[in-house]
Write a protein that binds this ligand. Structure first.
Ligand SMILES: CC(=O)SCCNC(=O)CCNC(=O)[C@H](O)C(C)(C)COP(=O)(O)OP(=O)(O)OC[C@H]1O[C@@H](n2cnc3c(N)ncnc32)[C@H](O)[C@@H]1OP(=O)(O)O
Length: 496
């Protein structure tokens, strides 16, 4: 009955969500139209912000390259423009003096072969504190894979985390939120960082994770770049960034680091471990590795081991980053930044995060009004991917993406755990598994398999919801009505 109810809710939610998607699209088309007005396939005049910085827009002879019809701007996480992409494959980049060094970078090229010469230092993720707390352990942290630089030992460990709600005197109301691949600990806004978080609509008073009831902790993943030890952190032994001397890490290492944080906070047992995607893998791993310390488990759009298709997609993202000459073996910190590798990797990632059925409805075969056929972005799906790559590529450290995506590929609860045959069987707590039928990255057969293994392992309290939402893997970020309702039900009612 509950499943039927949820199915109905899903249908309603999809219809409602698509209204906003179409509104978005029409807005986008208007934007394109506006930009091109009167100047199809011609170079745009410098934008006011470019003029202010004295950049020249005219040196690339755009008439010879009639493919780009507008300039687009790239922004850093603070919303400041850090880069401008000009028409006709003519790229000019500049950076804010206050945030980056050297103070002003400007380079241009006239054909795509020279794009790899763009000069942009790495983004500010390593220098700006986004309002998170940092747990600092001075004890060496032994990573699981010992065949690694320094035997897989990190001399120290930093773990960035944020919290919402109030910890009960008994410390028994903790919900630990594990993040996806490139997310930070900023799942929700708070006094020290008012920017909406990546699960803004899911967390708060009365919300799916109710902060009137629960104390929510979200930590940035080991290997990440938002305050937790990762390749861009300074190795205290050398006083330089680890880069690729950072050891290979596993999902189990991420969990061990998180439980060190819980030890530090004096929290013996979680009310619930919750996560989606990589976070859903972590949630399963946490419940298997620390069964006595996890009260409830929620795993959304995840799996107990990576699917070969997902490995293939992440492999290509890594290869594209590593093929960027500015990746330089991972040693690009303070030098040229592999921005194009990161942009194209993000474009591939976006293909895996959404779904064909969504794009059929959202973009179909629509093209930019008046665009000529060319090899440059012309269909709305192409401009969309271009936009996603452009906006996301300056928000994350490419080396972090390489390390964490590799950890996802290596994740396999039937292998690599101390007692592999029974890793899933060790999950004895009530567990909610959610799958989305349009998910390419973690296809629903994987969630069904997790449920089957849990039940075969003797867990009698397993709930499974399969959603027919069209947003693919990203449904967990978008569909608060269905995903949020299921999570709330599990956290608040499953054991009553
Ligand atoms: C693997 C793991 O472990 S986790 C993976 C998790 N997934 C991600 O990291 C993806 C993150 N995605 C996001 O953050 C998304 O913004 C979401 C999911 C939160 C919201 O999605 P949506 O509301 O559908 O917006 P979406 O990001 O798809 O598109 C909106 C943007 O695309 C632009 N856009 C839309 N259509 C087009 C188009 N045809 N051409 C160019 N740009 C377009 C919009 O103008 C808007 O731009 P803006 O963000 O700069 O304002």
């Amino acid at each position: 009955m509950l499943a039927g109810l949820l199915q109905r809710r899903t249908g309603l939610s999809v219809a409602r969500s698509f209204r906003s998607v179409f509104a978005h699209e029409h807005h986008q088309q208007r934007r394109h139209k506006h930009h091109r007005k009167g100047q199809p396939h011609q170079q745009q005049p410098p934008q006011p912000s470019q003029q202010r910085r004295g950049l020249e827009a005219g040196s690339a002879s755009p008439a010879a390259h009639p493919f780009f019809s507008e300039a687009s701007q790239w922004k850093n996480p603070e919303g400041e423009v850090t880069c401008v992409q000009y028409p006709a494959n003519h790229y000019t980049y500049y950076v804010e003096p206050s945030e980056y060094a050297p103070s002003l970078q400007e380079e241009s090229s006239t054909n795509s072969a020279i794009l790899s010469d763009v000069h942009i230092p790495e983004p500010s993720y390593v220098t700006i504190n986004y309002g998170y707390n940092v747990f600092h352990s001075r004890e060496p942290f032994q990573c699981e894979i010992k065949d690694n630089p320094n035997g897989g030992v990190l001399p120290e460990l930093h773990l960035a985390y944020e919290t919402w709600g109030t910890l009960s005197p008994e410390k028994d109301n903790v919900v630990f939120l594990h993040t996806g691949l490139s997310a930070s600990s900023h799942a929700h806004s708070h006094e020290r960082n008012k920017t909406p978080g990546w699960w803004e609509k899911f967390i708060g008073p009365g919300k799916a994770i109710d902060t009137n009831k629960y104390f929510v902790i979200c930590s940035n993943n080991l290997g990440g770049c938002y305050g937790t030890s990762g390749p861009s952190s300074i190795n205290p032994s050398t006083n330089k960034e680890y880069a690729t001397s950072f050891p290979l890490i596993t999902v189990q290492d991420m969990i061990r680091a998180q439980f060190l944080l819980l030890d530090h906070l004096g929290i013996d047992k979680l009310h619930a471990s919750v996560g989606s995607s990589l976070g859903g893998m972590q949630s399963l791993a946490a419940a298997a590795m620390y069964p006595e310390r996890v009260g409830l488990c929620v795993s959304i759009s995840a799996a107990h081991r990576a699917h070969p298709t997902a490995i293939a997609l992440r492999y290509m993202q890594r290869r594209i980053i590593m093929a960027d000459p500015h990746w330089a073996g991972g040693n690009y910190y303070g030098k040229k930044f592999p921005v194009l590798g990161m942009k194209h990797a993000r474009e591939i990632a976006t293909i895996s995060y959404r779904s064909g059925p969504e794009w059929e409805k959202r973009f179909s075969r629509q093209r930019i009004d008046g665009a000529r056929h060319s090899f440059m972005p012309e269909y709305l799906i192409e401009t969309y991917l271009d936009h996603q790559g452009t906006t996301a590529c300056l928000r994350y450290d490419p080396n972090s993406l390489i390390y964490i995506s590799k950890a996802m590929d290596m994740f396999d609860m039937t292998d690599g755990f101390e007692d592999p045959t029974s890793a899933i069987a060790r999950i004895t707590c009530p567990t909610l598994v959610i799958g989305v039928q349009s998910d390419l990255l973690f296809p629903v057969m994987q969630q069904r398999e997790v449920v089957q293994l849990l039940r075969e392992g003797g867990n009698e309290n397993v709930t499974y919801y399969e959603l027919d939402a069209l947003y693919g893997h990203d449904t967990f970020l978008i569909d608060v009505n269905t995903v949020g309702a299921a999570v709330k039900g599990h956290l608040e009612h499953c054991c009553l």
